[in-house]
Design a protein around this ligand. Sequence first.
Ligand SMILES: O=C(O)COP(=O)(O)O
Ligand SMILES: [Mg+2]
Length: 215
Amino acid sequence: IIDLDGTMLDTAPDFHAAVNRMRAELDLAPLPQQTIVDFVGKGSENLIRRVLGVDYPAAEVEQHFEAALDSYQRHYAVVNGSLATVYPGVVEGLQAMRKQGLRLACVTNKPLEFAVALLEKAGLRDYFEVVYGGDSFPKKKPDPMPLLAVCADFQLQPAQVLTIGDSSNDAQAARAAGCPVFNVPYGYNHGESIQNVDSDGIVTSLLVAAQNISY
Ligand SMILES: O=C(O)COP(=O)(O)O
Ligand SMILES: [Mg+2]
């Protein structure tokens, strides 16, 4: 089970562009990319609340939330995949995993519609039997629900299903599900060091991950 944002694609420039177009519409000043990226990983609603929280106290965040989310989604749909790049070793890693006979699923907190469009644009959609987004189930990562759904789809025990992601969110979901988990060190981990995350190891790329799967 492979995560999307910060693991397969560097989508930071897409988030940066869409958030700042939304902020311009709301007469808010643009934010630096790093500020926005530190808010990524827990879905669109959380991202927009955090981005509004830069300017407004909690009660006012809720007043502006719906209009901001609506604007952001409109802009993200247009920007999606146009500035993002595939990380080194992703295509090679996915090819190596498929060659080993592994079945692949993508589980992301990105809304499903955006996730599928992005995977298609990047030419990665066909590697995955299953794709689940942040709105596919009542709960998203760090809840184990979407990971357990993949285990059920594949008729495998969680201990037989490896997850790979760039953040503590992925690791917590995996731990809660009972799945082994690798982290990649190059993505977005809520502004925290990846070294401090409880995982089964750090792999420098999906290709290195593919070379270290034994079963
Ligand atoms: O949209 C997000 O919050 C990012 O999602 P992902 O890291 O789970 O792909
Ligand atoms: Mg991620």
